[in-house]
Design a protein around this ligand. Structure first.
Ligand code: AKG
Ligand code: FE2
Length: 224
């Protein structure tokens, strides 16, 4: 697909994302992980980047660990800051719509039963990291699929901040991925341990999670 040919005024609705979504579904089906450089059309990646960069830093909170009553901060495990994305800005709304489109496609292709999606900008300053972890614990969470989208126009191996994906418990080396603008990484949230190596300069990304619906009668299950 020639993303470069998309004129600047193109909106998400005008682009046929089926080839990308199929590529993601194929990789997830085979490996449980999909790593796709330049996944996003340039215009969309730049729009997200510029929107992110003009956000007021005060909107970013220290990132936490765990959910609901188990939620806490631990700077020994992660030190990034996050800003949740809602649909109140056109760019935020477009991004959430795009995630919905991907959700629908993956449900059709893989019968994952994905119900909702939550997404936040993440900001790693120089020295920030996120130690080896899984995004969801079996039976304890309804996060099924994780998606990380990178928004760094210039990034090389010397800049640190790589995502390291581990194949299993015995894998101590992992596979390193550079957080370059437009690169997307998707993986099954309960299965794959991963970490973010200390960044040597500001690192911008979006983390998103597709969730099952675990709402029970009389007990709503809000996102986050
Ligand atoms: O930014 C990344 O590369 C991964 C972030 C991550 O693992 C998370 O937020 O759970
Ligand atoms: Fe993670």
């Amino acid at each position: 697909m020639q993303f470069e040919q998309i004129p600047p005024c193109t909106t998400v609705a005008d682009v046929d994302f089926s080839p990308l979504f199929d590529q993601i579904a194929d990789a997830l089906e085979k490996h449980g992980v999909a790593v796709i450089p330049q996944a996003l059309p340039d215009t969309m990646a730049h729009e997200l980047y510029h929107y992110y960069r003009q956000l007021n830093g005060e909107l970013f909170d220290e990132a936490g660990i765990g959910r609901k009553q188990n939620f806490h901060h631990d700077e020994k495990i992660r030190s990034d800051k996050v800003c949740w994305i809602d649909g109140t800005s056109p760019t935020g709304k477009e991004w959430l719509d795009w995630l919905e489109m991907l959700k629908t496609h993956l449900n059709r292709r893989l019968f994952l039963g994905l119900f909702s999606v939550e997404s936040h900008f993440a900001y790693y300053q120089k020295g920030d990291f996120y130690k080896r972890h899984v995004d969801a614990f079996r039976g304890e969470s309804n996060r099924v699929l994780s998606l990380v989208t990178y928004l760094n126009p210039q990034w090389s191996a010397d800049d640190g901040g790589q995502l390291v994906m581990y194949a299993d418990n015995n894998d101590h080396t992992g596979t390193k991925i550079l957080p370059q603008l437009g690169t997307m990484v998707l993986f099954l949230s309960e299965v794959f341990e991963h970490e973010v190596l200390p960044a040597k300069k500001d690192r911008y990304s979006i983390a998103s999670w597709f969730r099952l619906n675990t709402t029970r009668a009389g007990r709503a299950d809000p996102p986050r």
